[in-house]
Design a protein around this ligand. Structure first.
Ligand SMILES: [Zn+2]
Ligand SMILES: [Zn+2]
Length: 293
């Protein structure tokens, strides 16, 4: 299979393991995009460990790794990404602007002696690693693949992504709090609550498929408003606005077992049906592969 996306990590915030997480898995975010000869990875959560092992068996000249934001759940797998220890690897790391401190310094900190036994300078003596800053309104293209960025509603500078091939457009949003502090019904969202999201809605409105989080139940969201994540009800509000036909949910809360996530899946299906939306919804699990045209 040549063209696909693969979810190597679908858990948000903190990795989990145990019998109650067997179906959805426990690795933190990592998405692989494979399109013709282009290899793009979004986020270096713990899921990147297994992806790295696989890449060692393939001939991949260049890897582009995009980090949506540098919270630990999106970065903690980086030191365990095997290609960084191989001299023939060329790895480009793309991050949002990091005001006051170049992003390379953050990686230096991640690999400081107190946290990890190998320095960034030692790694750079093996693989070739280049750091780049990604900017909204400045798409990056690799062959037929275009990657665009937009700010999400989340603490620290956080990007969400739009991936465009000649045949499909996919939105990828792991950390985004829709309708901050809103707990009301979907059919009557006040304009001032919706207003901060208008630009993002426009950005995502041409997607054929939208990957977007729905980390909390509406009941949990009452206590967790302002934490940077959406209730499933408020995430549905985004899907209604963008009119996307297909929704995949990722970045599952570490407090939610398989049983909880199955219940939330049913609740989102029900909610979409109630609103009359034709959008389909699936909840991603570690290892999920979606074929691209
Ligand atoms: Zn996250
Ligand atoms: Zn975060």
């Amino acid at each position: 299979m040549h063209n696909f996306i693969k979810f190597w990590g679908t858990r948000g915030s903190c990795s989990v393991s145990g019998h109650e997480y067997v179906h959805f898995g426990g690795n933190t975010p990592c998405l692989e995009i494979n399109y013709h000869n282009s290899r793009v990875i979004i986020d270096a959560g713990t899921g990147i460990h297994m992806l790295g092992k696989q890449l060692l068996h393939e001939t991949v000249d260049e890897i582009h790794l995009f980090i949506g934001h540098t919270h630990w759940d999106h970065l903690i797998g980086f030191p365990f990404f095997a290609p960084i220890y191989h001299s023939d690897a060329q790895i480009h790391i793309w991050t949002p602007p990091s005001p006051g401190r170049p992003c390379k310094d953050l990686f230096d900190d991640l690999l400081s002696p107190e946290f990890f036994p190998v320095r960034l300078s030692q790694i750079q003596g093996q693989a070739r690693i280049d750091f780049h800053t990604a900017h909204p309104n400045m798409p990056v293209t690799f062959g037929d693949l275009k990657i665009e960025f937009h700010l999400a509603c989340h603490p620290s500078t956080t990007y969400c992504f739009k991936i465009t091939t000649p045949h499909q457009t996919i939105g990828y949003v792991t950390d985004n709090e829709m309708l901050q502090h809103y707990h009301g019904p979907l059919d009557n969202v006040p304009p001032d609550i919706l207003e901060p999201h208008v630009s993002l809605i426009q950005f995502l409105s041409d997607c054929d498929l939208l990957v977007h989080e729905a980390q909390y139940t509406p009941e949990e969201y009452v206590k967790r408003a302002g934490w940077g994540h959406s209730s499933y009800r408020n995430a549905v509000a985004l899907l209604l606005q963008t009119k996307t036909p297909q929704w995949i949910v990722t970045h599952h809360d570490p407090d939610h077992s398989d049983k909880d996530l199955h219940k939330m899946h049913l609740a989102t299906k029900e909610l979409l049906k109630e609103t009359g939306s034709p959008c389909t919804v699936e909840w991603a699990h570690d290892g999920l592969v979606l074929k691209l045209k």
